[in-house]
Every structure is written in structure tokens, then in C-alpha cells.
Design a protein around this ligand. Structure first.
Ligand code: UDP
Ligand code: MG
Length: 324
């Protein structure tokens, strides 16, 4: 069985079209049973009622609805935890991930001996040029700074065998950066390439700022290089200081004039306090992530689901008194 995991956040406008497309593909692949597992990530529109309706019409449709918006990464985790298929494919609800690739993916994992089939878009058509520029820059930086490979243009759209799903689930960290996690686990992966498709309806949940924060989170989660920066900067500045001291001693001995130069001193103090605060800031970022990680909070909370009790993993709050 193939489970399609679909994180949805305010996707009311596109859900019916998505469902039509995915069932068309499922119809083409008659030999393989499908499960459609929608994760409602705290939508504020009619997404949940749409999912309830779909689940009523089609017994292959399952949904897990979060108690609030936990983010797409949590949605993916919940999907993988609750998927009952032998193969799992993660897809966006907005049809930016072409469902027509699923048969090819299935062929690769069943016949060609791959554990996982990823997809990457080779163009960024329809995206603002500034965003593409910074996205490219991010992938370059990330791959310089981290041993984990993060492939440029890689989407979350991929099919995984059970083995890979279980490996991802074992990475139970709270700060989840999926692109890094999928790279970190390894296994034999095939890449399918396709041209960027624009969202079928509805709106993207990302703006420039949230993408920047996401990029920084990714670097913090999979690289400790920024921490080295402080030591390197410190060393460089010490070297510069030694050279400068030499220059000033010689100059004073040759020309006299020991008291001039306080404006440069003021500039130096300003610069040095800046560098120090910057480095403390980097430390603080890592500390903050560690702090959140040590709290061991659940990655998501379930408010509602049509999965049976016992099948549903993740905590569902029912209002009943719990036996302790
Ligand atoms: N999504 C989610 N939770 C969020 C934000 C997004 O589950 O907090 C889902 C969204 O419903 C969609 C997928 O993640 O199915 C990708 O989101 P979007 O299309 O906004 O991102 P983009 O394709 O622009 O990168
Ligand atoms: Mg999208």
C-alpha cells in the first residue's frame, strides 16, 4: 500500500482539485491500494470540514487534525507516524508536486532497488528573482557549512520505503528541518527532476521573512560552523592588534607624538563591541535551540482524527479522564 501524506494549512480552495488528481492517479495504478492521509495543520478556513466530508465519501481518506498550527515539518512527522502504507509519499496540497510522478517513483522503489525517490525542481519559474537569488545563496552556504547534503531545489515531495520512514521517525528532534533530515539519513536515493509548477489555487504560506528564519533554522540545526566563526574572528583581530602595536611603537619612537589618535580608538571600541555582541548572539541562538530541545515538548498535538484509537500515534485529547 502507498500512503500519501498531505500537510494542509488553509487549503480549502484547492483540496477538491487535489483529491480529484490523486484519485485519478490511484485509479491508474490499479494493482496498488492507496491511503490518503491529510494532516490539517490548524487551518482557520474550511479545510477540516472538507476533510471530514471527503473521509465520509471515501474510506481511503484519513485525517489527523492538529490543535493549532504547528508548521509543515510537524505535519510531515505526524503523517509519517500515522501512515500505514509500505511506501509513503509526501505531497503538498497545492498541486505544485505533480502527482503524475507517483507511478515513476513507485517503479523506482519497487523495481530499481532504490530506498527513496526525491524530486527537485530545476527551474524557479514564477518566483520573484530576489527570492531565487537568496535561495541559491542559502543552498551554497548550507552545503559549505554542513556535512549534510541539502540539494538545491529539492522538494519535500518524495516516496520512501518503510525503512526510510522509520529512519526519519527515529530522528525525534523538536527543531525539525526536513531537508536536512532527509539528507542526513542517507540511503539509496533517486532524483526526479521537473520544471517548477505554480500553485493551483490559494496562497503560499511563505514570505521573505519567514523564509529567512527558516534558512537560519536550517543552518542552526545542521551546522556548528557559525560557532567557529567567533574563534576565527578573535584570532584574526588579535593578529591585527599585534601588527598595529608594532607599527605604533615604531612610529612613536621615530616621530614622537604619543597622544594623538583617540578618534581611531573610539572606532575600535565600537567595532569590537559589535563583534563581541554578534558572537554572543550566535552562541545565544544555539543555546535557545538547545533549551527548546531539552523541554521535550511533543512535536504536535491532535485535536481530532478519523483514525481509530490504537492506530493513531501522537497524543489526542479527548476530554476523558486518563488512567495514570
Ligand atoms: N503547510 C502546512 N503548515 C504550514 C504551512 C504550510 O501544513 O504552517 C502546507 C501547505 O498547506 C502546503 C505545503 O505545506 O500543502 C506547502 O506550503 P506552500 O505551498 O505554502 O509552500 P511553497 O510551495 O510556497 O513552498
Ligand atoms: Mg506550494
Amino acid at each position: 500500500m502507498i500512503t500519501c501524506v498531505v500537510p494542509c494549512y488553509n487549503e480549502e480552495a484547492v483540496l477538491d482539485r487535489f483529491y480529484a488528481e490523486i484519485t485519478r492517479i490511484a485509479g491508474q495504478m490499479k494493482k496498488v491500494p492507496f491511503e490518503f492521509l491529510f494532516i490539517n495543520d490548524g487551518s482557520t478556513d474550511g479545510t477540516l470540514s472538507k476533510l471530514r466530508r471527503l473521509a465520509g465519501l471515501d474510506s481511503r481518506v484519513h485525517y489527523v487534525s492538529f490543535s493549532r498550527n504547528f508548521g509543515k515539518e510537524a505535519g510531515i512527522y505526524a503523517g509519517l507516524q500515522n501512515a500505514s502504507g509500505d511506501y509513503v509519499v509526501i505531497m503538498d496540497a497545492d498541486l505544485q508536486d505533480p502527482p503524475d510522478l507517483i507511478p515513476e517513483m513507485y517503479h523506482a522503489v519497487t523495481e530499481e532497488g532504490y530506498d527513496c525517490v526525491g524530486s527537485r525542481r530545476v527551474t524557479r519559474k514564477g518566483e520573484p528573482p530576489v527570492r531565487s537569488f537568496f535561495a541559491r545563496l542559502f543552498y551554497k552556504l548550507m552545503n559549505r557549512m554542513s556535512k549534510t547534503e541539502v540539494v538545491d531545489g529539492a522538494r519535500d515531495f518524495q516516496m520512501m520505503s518503510r525503512k526510510v520512514v522509520n529512519a526519519v521517525l527515529d530522528m525525534g528532534e523538536y527543531n525539525r528541518f526536513s531537508k536536512g533530515i532527509f539528507g542526513w539519513i542517507g540511503f539509496k536515493k533517486k532524483w526526479l527532476e521537473y520544471e517548477n509548477v505554480e500553485r493551483a489555487a490559494g496562497e503560499t504560506k511563505w514570505n521573505f521573512w519567514s523564509l529567512l528564519v527558516y534558512a537560519l533554522d536550517g543552518i542552526l540545526a545542521f551546522s556548528t560552523t557559525p560557532l567557529v566563526l567567533a574563534s576565527v574572528l578573535g584570532l584574526l583581530i588579535c593578529l591585527a592588534a599585534v601588527v598595529l602595536i608594532g607599527v605604533i611603537v615604531v612610529r612613536t619612537l621615530v616621530f614622537g607624538d604619543p597622544t594623538s589618535g583617540w578618534p581611531s580608538l573610539a572606532c575600535l571600541i565600537l567595532m569590537m563591541s559589535g563583534v563581541q555582541l554578534f558572537c554572543i548572539g550566535i552562541l545565544g541562538q544555539y543555546l535557545a535551540k538547545t533549551y527548546l530541545e531539552t523541554k521535550h515538548r511533543p512535536i504536535y498535538l491532535v485535536g481530532e482524527s478519523n483514525l481509530e484509537e490504537g492506530v493513531l500515534s501522537g497524543k489526542k485529547y479527548t476530554g476523558k479522564r486518563e488512567a495514570s
